[in-house]
Design a protein around this ligand. Structure first.
Ligand code: A2P
Ligand code: MG
Ligand code: MG
Ligand code: MG
Length: 332
């Protein structure tokens, strides 16, 4: 299998970081008010997860640069926060590290990205708002080679293995390599299930998913798109790249992210893994202008606006037409 060693290391790193996030949340479950008043639990978990993943990547692939969301700037000024993160990291990592080593690992994520060579991209917690609510979040790690995503791994600790059984086992891990297909496994078993997108014949029979946050994606325009497509069922609103996971395994047929702000640039770590997993499961994805997502231009997707992902190229074309009409980008 292509990228076999990279895939194994990335899965181990994502699982370790996911467990760290879960332990932070569990420690706070009994003090829910602390979570609501104080955003620091998510901060601690963000830094801790980035330290763990970067330490493992650095051990196995010391020459690979990393584009990570977080940096250690705020930790230098706050000794108590730094010590909380360090305790957490040393609680799950096999080799104890010093505070200085930990901040160095976090700052390995400062690479600028670009078109040449290979680099990793990491979102230590994607969907921080979902994490704080005890709902969906994801740890997302991808490998980009010469501007193309070649491997994507996504750990979704709170996502049921089977969405129709919300009380059943939780913790879904997705991964894909380019040309190698997309797979799901649980957090506890290494048994792999090949996944594919839903077989949607007509857009009206499917369900779409979108962000919980109205500030991240226009829910009113998404509702107009759904109406044009004859979709009557309400959307699944879910935080984080877990949305890519549920499209990939067929729980939803469409994922829309319609820009709210003219100036916001989507980050590469928010889409790299999810995009490859959707494509390898049979889906298609572009931005709202129909352009492929361009991971070769730095830390953001500055050449793209919004996201349209669908279960197949045919459904994608229909959804894109509807999006463009709603956004006034094409004639009726
Ligand atoms: N203004 C914004 N527009 C779009 N996405 C945003 C914005 N601000 C933050 N995000 C990012 O959107 C993603 C959450 O996606 P969703 O809205 O689909 O749950 C996260 O990566 C979040 O960052 P973060 O990783 O810090 O949580
Ligand atoms: Mg994110
Ligand atoms: Mg994040
Ligand atoms: Mg963030």
């Amino acid at each position: 299998m292509a990228l076999a060693r990279e895939t194994k290391v990335a899965i181990d790193a994502v699982l370790a970081a996911s467990r760290l996030c879960q332990s932070v949340f569990k420690a706070l479950v009994s003090t829910e008010t602390v979570i609501k008043k104080d955003k620091s639990p998510v901060t601690v978990a963000d830094y801790g997860a980035q330290a763990i993943v970067n330490a493992l990547l650095n051990r196995h692939f010391p020459n690979d640069p990393i584009v990570g969301e977080e940096d250690s700037k705020d930790l230098h000024a706050d000794e108590s926060l730094r010590n909380r993160v360090l305790n957490l990291v040393n609680g799950v990592h096999d080799q104890p590290m010093t505070a200085e080593e930990m901040t160095k690992f976090i700052d390995l994520g400062s690479f600028a990205g670009g078109p040449m060579g290979r680099f990793w991209t990491l979102d230590p917690i994607d969907g921080t708002k979902g994490f704080l609510r005890g709902e969906q979040f994801a740890v997302c790690l991808s490998l980009v080679v010469n501007g193309k995503v070649e491997l994507g791994v996504m750990g979704c600790p709170n996502l049921p293995i089977d969405l129709t059984k919300p009380e059943g086992e939780r913790g879904s891990l997705f991964f894909a390599t380019r040309g190698g297909g997309a797979f799901q496994r649980s957090f506890t078993s290494e048994v792999l299930t090949k996944i594919k997108t839903a077989d949607v014949k007509n857009t009206s029979e499917t369900i779409f998913c979108e962000s919980v946050e109205a500030g991240h994606s226009s829910q009113s325009e998404a509702a107009q798109v759904a109406h044009r497509l004859g979709i009557t069922r309400p959307s699944i609103r879910m935080d984080s790249q877990c949305k890519y996971g549920i499209v990939s395994r067929g729980d939803a047929g469409i994922y829309l992210r319609i820009p709210v702000s003219e100036t916001y640039e989507e980050k590469i770590w928010d889409h790299a893994g999810g995009m490859l997993i959707v494509e390898e499961a049979g889906g298609a994805i572009t931005d709202v202008d129909g352009k492929p997502l361009d991971f070769s231009v730095g830390r953001t997707l500055k050449n793209n606006k919004g996201i349209v992902a669908a279960s197949s190229p045919k459904i994608h074309a229909e959804v894109l037409d509807a999006v463009r009409i709603v956004l006034g980008k094409s004639q009726l």
